[in-house]
Design a binder for this molecule. Structure first.
Ligand code: HEM
Length: 379
């Protein structure tokens, strides 16, 4: 049985499908310009046990703006977060005048707090630890860490700056913006098992493996305690520049060896289907691994690393340089750090990347009218 938190996405999907079918049925008599408008995607509930913008909607919206800000040293987080939650409810409901009349569609806003704020609530809480340094980083002090993450996602890119402006205005001089990044996803491609994934800037399908089922999400994605953080999760954001000319100079076979998957289909070099994942033990008759020893899917594979699954929800970026805004959600920071440490030793993908921004956040548990955003932790 599917969990209750999956039902809205299913409903949203049916809404969209219904609208598309309606558009298709009337296509024959619709004037051409009217047909160019895609149906407005259905709303994603902002309230509930978990915040939106992590597992929902599925697939993720095409556009993202991440804003990272600091809180003034003497500012109490509780009231700021409660006000942000209230503003998120009116913005996603489309009743906030600061949306300037734009339909919110599938708008989601996901809020996280950085390690400094988490430590003020408890030094041993999940999210209290900073992200360690790794190789191939060139991170300016300004683009490292931060107190507050506001992840805004929507199918309509016009919404993003309006929503960021409304939320920063709501917080006023209690917060100071640190860095922001806008990012986008291409078309979703079917990978089997009812799953889809977009291509990343290197041309490969990205986001196939992860905690997809409710049982996997309970095990590896959502925090179950202590009560102040239950229903939340931990986010890692890393902006990576990608060396596109050097990657494009490789043959397709060499590119596929870097990832361990076929570029066109996402099928592992060991065969099978994209969604089924790689068979890391499979060898050629002369004893070579079909998925090379330094292929990214081997180095990053959960069982090889000995860590849980992370929900990767990355977006492509065009500026300040072409690359990826890597975003992962997991209930243990070690899932991320152990994976990247394992990749650091020898991952054929890493030499093509330079990380220029990085931060980790405790994504707050879901909220509603009676339980304001952030209240279990800072209330
Ligand atoms: C710019 C950098 C990166 C790119 C372009 C990239 C791309 C990809 C692609 C195309 C796949 C295979 C398809 C899939 O399973 O989604 C993949 C798998 C994966 N990546 Fe990355 N990735 C990057 C960095 C990272 C980082 C920094 C981590 C975590 C530390 C990571 C963790 C993983 C994991 C866990 C998998 C699944 C492996 C498996 O079980 O098959 N990736 N990545």
């Amino acid at each position: 049985m599917r969990r209750a938190d999956h039902q809205p996405s299913r409903r949203a999907f049916l809404d969209v499908t219904g609208a598309m079918m309606a558009a298709g049925l009337t296509a024959g008599c619709t004037p051409a310009p009217a047909r160019q408008h895609a149906p407005t995607p259905g709303p994603v509930p902002a309230t509930g046990r978990h915040q939106a913008g992590i597992t929902l909607p599925r697939p993720a919206q095409a556009h993202l703006l991440a804003v990272v800000a600091d809180l003034g040293a003497t500012v109490a987080p509780g009231p700021v977060l409660a006000e942000l939650g209230q503003a998120i409810r009116t913005l996603t409901a489309g009743t906030d005048p600061r949306l300037l009349g734009l339909p919110p569609g599938d708008l989601t806003v996901t809020v996280g707090v950085g390690p400094r704020l988490v430590r003020t609530a408890g030094a041993s809480l999940p999210g209290a630890a900073d992200l360690p340094r790794f190789s191939r980083e060139r991170i300016a002090p300004r683009a490292h860490g931060g107190d507050l993450l506001i992840q805004i996602c929507a199918g309509d890119p016009l919404l993003l700056p309006a929503v960021a402006s409304a939320l920063l205005d709501q917080a006023g001089d209690r917060v100071r913006e640190r860095w922001r990044q806008s990012a986008h996803r291409g078309a979703q491609v079917s990978v089997g098992n009812g799953l889809t994934a977009p291509r990343n800037p290197l041309g490969f399908l990205d986001g196939i493996v992860g905690p997809q089922t409710p049982a996997e999400q309970r095990r590896d994605l959502w925090l179950t305690g202590p009560p102040a953080v239950a229903g939340g999760t931990l986010a890692v954001l890393r902006r990576m520049e990608l060396d596109l000319p050097r990657f494009a100079a490789l043959s397709v076979a060499e590119q596929e060896a870097v990832f361990g998957r076929r570029r066109a289909s996402g099928v592992p070099l060991s065969g099978g289907t994209a969604a089924a994942g790689p068979d890391l033990g499979a060898k050629t008759p002369d004893g070579r691994y079909l998925v090379p020893a330094d292929a990214h899917v081997r180095r990053a594979h959960a069982t090889v690393v000995g860590a849980g699954l992370m929900l990767r929800r990355s977006y492509s970026i065009a500026a300040p340089a072409p690359g990826l805004l890597f975003i992962s959600f997991q209930n243990d920071l070690r899932t991320f750090t152990a994976t990247l440490t394992h990749m650091d030793v020898s991952d054929a993908l890493l030499p093509f990347t330079t990380t220029t921004a990085g931060a980790t956040f405790l994504i707050l548990p879901g909220f509603d009218r009676r339980r304001p955003l952030g209240s279990p932790l800072f209330g």
